[in-house]
Design a protein around this ligand. Structure first.
Ligand SMILES: O=c1ccn([C@@H]2O[C@H](COP(=O)(O)O)[C@@H](O)[C@H]2O)c(=O)[nH]1
Length: 261
């Protein structure tokens, strides 16, 4: 973030985008798009986020492409967040952590996303792994709001409770910089509407989807996140990939410039 700014470029080879890029809706098409995005992102941003689902849909060949893309991005000096949204009982979570954050794993990324529906403690193996973890807290999609706004006996929303639990772990973590346990908070509404206490975000990195195709604007970031804005990693997929193969470099540069205004 210090070297390149906070922007994260999502690698989401949607069928429609592959068509727009003149590529087939298959693993070879996804490979071509993803490697071109890696090339365009390297040196312009610090972070990319492959959306695992768009590779998984091609089965084994999609996973082979994902391995190659993660390796190419890391070799190009980019940090990779595998947007895998995993979550399960602790014993199974150990295997997910080994797959996405384990040393020597073919899918080894720098960070992954996870779902804490089974409790934050169930994600312990990924929290303890040598990498970052972003736990969904307040998602960008409207369907999640009712559940995430439910309140516990102390009056905290589910989103706030999760962020509070993450903060308790991060407060005790060594160092003063951002900790490596983060949360996902969508940018499609102001942080103030989630019930999350901004004091709980002091050392917590925030992965923020919702910009671009989902409606939020990068120049609204400070207004949306207030005091927590410096810890926000805004992530954009369709609004960058929609520029096509010839326009993707310029689109990444323009999105980055938008944040520096
Ligand atoms: O709450 C969430 C959590 C994750 N996502 C993911 O982010 C990208 C957004 O893509 P855009 O094209 O920039 O809308 C996508 O991979 C989602 O799975 C999210 O949107 N909201």
């Amino acid at each position: 973030m210090d070297a390149h700014g906070p922007l994260c470029v999502g690698i989401d080879p949607h069928a429609a985008l592959l068509g727009l890029w003149g590529l087939g809706d298959d693993a070879a098409g996804a490979r071509e798009l993803a490697l071109r995005v890696v090339e365009a992102a390297a040196g312009r941003v610090g972070i990319v986020k492959p959306q695992v689902a768009f590779f998984e849909r091609f089965g084994a060949s999609g996973y082979a492409v994902l391995e190659e893309v993660i390796g190419a991005a890391r070799a190009a000096g980019l940090l990779v967040i595998a947007d895998a949204k995993r979550g399960d009982v602790g014993s199974t979570m150990e295997a997910y952590a080994a797959a996405w954050l384990g040393e020597g794993s073919p899918l080894r990324a720098d960070a992954m996303t996870a779902v804490a529906f089974q409790g934050l403690g169930s994600l312990e193996a990924a929290i303890a792994a040598d990498g970052g973890l972003f736990v969904l807290a307040a998602t960008s999609n409207p369907e999640g709001r009712a559940l995430q706004a439910s309140r516990d006996e102390t009056g905290r929303t589910v989103s706030a409770q999760l962020v509070h639990e993450v903060a308790q772990r991060n407060t005790g973590a060594p160092g003063t910089a951002l900790a490596d346990l983060g949360v996902v908070i969508g940018a499609t509404r102001p942080l103030a509407e989630t019930g999350i206490d901004p004091r709980d975000l002091a050392r917590t990195p925030i992965l923020a989807p919702g910009f671009g195709a989902q409606g939020a604007r990068l120049d609204e970031l400070d207004a949306l996140f207030g005091a927590a804005a410096p810890a926000v990693i805004p992530t954009v997929s369709r609004s960058v990939l929609g520029a096509g193969a010839d326009g993707v470099r310029a689109a990444i540069a323009a999105h980055g410039a938008e944040l520096r205004r």
